[in-house]
Structures are given as C-alpha cells and as structure tokens.
Design a protein around this ligand. Structure first.
Ligand code: PAF
Length: 287
C-alpha cells in the first residue's frame, strides 16, 4: 500500500495507475468494522482492474468551537495495518497544513440541507464536510466514492453537491455496521464511559420499535413521540434531536406515513455525540 502525505505524491501515484478506475473511501481514521465494510464495497466496485484509495484526515473545518477535534481518536499505524489487510492500494494521509492554504477563501455549501437536522445542532459542520470532500475529489479525481449510511444527512449533502456541481462521481452508500448489542459502530464509541457504553444501545432499541410500529399505521408525530419517550427513559441519554423525514428528500412529514421515512437520532452520552438512523416503511396498501 502506498502512503502519500502530499497532494503531489498522491497525484503522481494515481497518474501512474490511470486509466484504471479509482474508488475512494474518505475517512477520519480510527477505523472500525464499519469503515472496513466500506473498503470491501470499494474493492468490489473497483473490480480486478481498479484501485482502492482511502484518505485519513481529521478535518478541522467540520468541527465547531468546543467540539471534539482535539480529542477525536487517532491511531494511524493501526489504521494502515487494517487498510493493508483490506487490500487498499493507496492512502492519502496529509497534515492539515498540506490540505488548507492559510489564505483559502472558498467554501462549498448545500445551502438548505446544511441548515437543518444535524446542521442546526452543529452550525458550519456540513460546510466543512462539503468543502473537504470537494477538495479530496479534486485531488484524487475518483470515478466513485463510498460513504457510510450512518451519516445519513452527510450522504444526502454529498449526493446533492455532486448533482448540483456536476462532479460526475458515482456516490455509493454502505450499510450501518452494528455491535452485537445493536450500537452503531462509530470511532467515537471508545470515548463512552462503561456506564454510557452499556446505555447507548437504547438508540438501536428505539429504532427497532419504530421500525415495527411504522407499518402498522401511525402518524409521524406519534412515532416521533414514541421514539423520544423510549430514549428519555434512559437517564444517561441526553436527547439532542429525533426527526422523521422523507427517506429520499429529507423533507418534513406531517400526518400518517405514506412513503418510506427515515428516523434520525442524535443523542449525547456525557460529552460523546452519537447518531443513528433507520429507514421505516409505511403500511402496505390493500391489493
Ligand atoms: O464521515 C467522515 O468520516 C467525514 O465526515 C468525511 C466524509 C471523511 C469528511 O471529513
């Protein structure tokens, strides 16, 4: 596996490999099984002739003041070992100074999607994500890129940006990977205290209940209240938001569910911010 620290090094490596198709998996490192499943998806997408390229970059511009940029877990040597085992061809792992020019003044933003849901809780977050993903796309120029469905809104932001700016890159979503007790895998899980770790599967349980209730015919607001009540029964869970949106457009839903909806959760345990989601189905129409 080639380890490239600079834009010129990764560009030169990729120039050697083209026209082989390039599939990118952008990460912030501290890999878990969820990331590895995205790399396997990328490998399948790249086929026998293609190349899988990853990036490890804890992007400062997507963290707000007081968020966990400084304490975000990092272990590059372990990440490189795991990537080698997955057959990754090259990793781009730059320093912040290599990525951002101090005089930079250009940003990329999905104006509406960036303001709602997680964007409301973390102002500026999706501007940072859209800008770094655009930069990675411009540096690496992949044919396809793979992102996890756990960051449901992030995936919607990236798809919207690729459509709006005619980037011509295929965006592939990889399913959420879960621990045996249902907790969605996240690099942040290691920062949970033992008591919070034991309580955190409440997110998955609330989503299981919602998935079972939705096809029985329930309004979006009742489903939302049910999910919130389940979460709030766990005293360690500090619920930040529970939203039910159209699974495709992320528009708000009023009244009964008539099309697939996504339930989006954001919950804090101590200082650790966890998210999870589930697409649920409306009642089936009578034949
Ligand atoms: O999902 C992540 O790990 C990050 O938001 C991403 C897409 C690598 C951009 O920094």
């Amino acid at each position: 596996m080639e380890v490239c620290r600079t834009k010129s090094a990764i560009r030169a490596q990729l120039a050697d490999w083209r026209p082989a198709p390039i599939v990118l998996v952008p990460t912030m490192g501290f890999l878990h099984e969820g990331h590895l499943s995205l790399m396997r998806l990328a490998r399948r997408q790249a086929g026998t002739t293609g190349k899988v390229v990853t990036s490890i970059f804890v992007n400062p511009t997507q963290f707000g003041p007081g968020e966990d940029f400084g304490s975000y877990p990092r272990d590059e040597a372990r990440d490189f070992d795991l990537m080698r085992k997955e057959g990754v061809d090259a990793v781009f792992a730059p320093e912040v100074s290599e990525v951002y020019d101090p005089a930079a003044q250009t940003i990329v933003e999905t104006t509406e999607l960036a303001k709602v849901l997680i964007g409301k809780l973390r102002p500026g977050h999706f501007r940072g994500v859209a800008t770094i993903v655009t930069k990675l796309f411009n540096i690496i120029r992949p044919d396809a890129a793979v992102f996890g469905e756990k960051d449901y809104q992030q995936l919607a932001v990236i798809r919207t940006m690729v459509r709006d700016l005619d980037m011509g890159i295929e965006i592939i979503g990889g399913p959420i990977q879960r621990e045996p007790d249902g907790l969605a895998m996240s690099s942040r899980n290691v920062r949970l205290s033992p008591a919070d770790r034991a309580a955190a599967p409440i997110l998955a349980r609330a989503l299981d209940e919602a998935e079972a209730l939705a096809p029985k015919g329930i309004t979006a607001s009742r489903l939302r209240s049910h999910v919130r009540a389940t979460l709030e029964a766990e005293t360690r869970a500090h619920v930040q938001s529970v939203d039910i949106r159209d699974a495709h457009s992320l528009e708000t839903i009023a009244g009964p569910l008539t099309r697939p909806a996504v339930i989006l959760l954001a919950v804090k345990f101590g200082q650790v911010f966890l998210i999870d989601n589930r697409v649920v189905q409306p009642p089936q129409e009578e034949p």
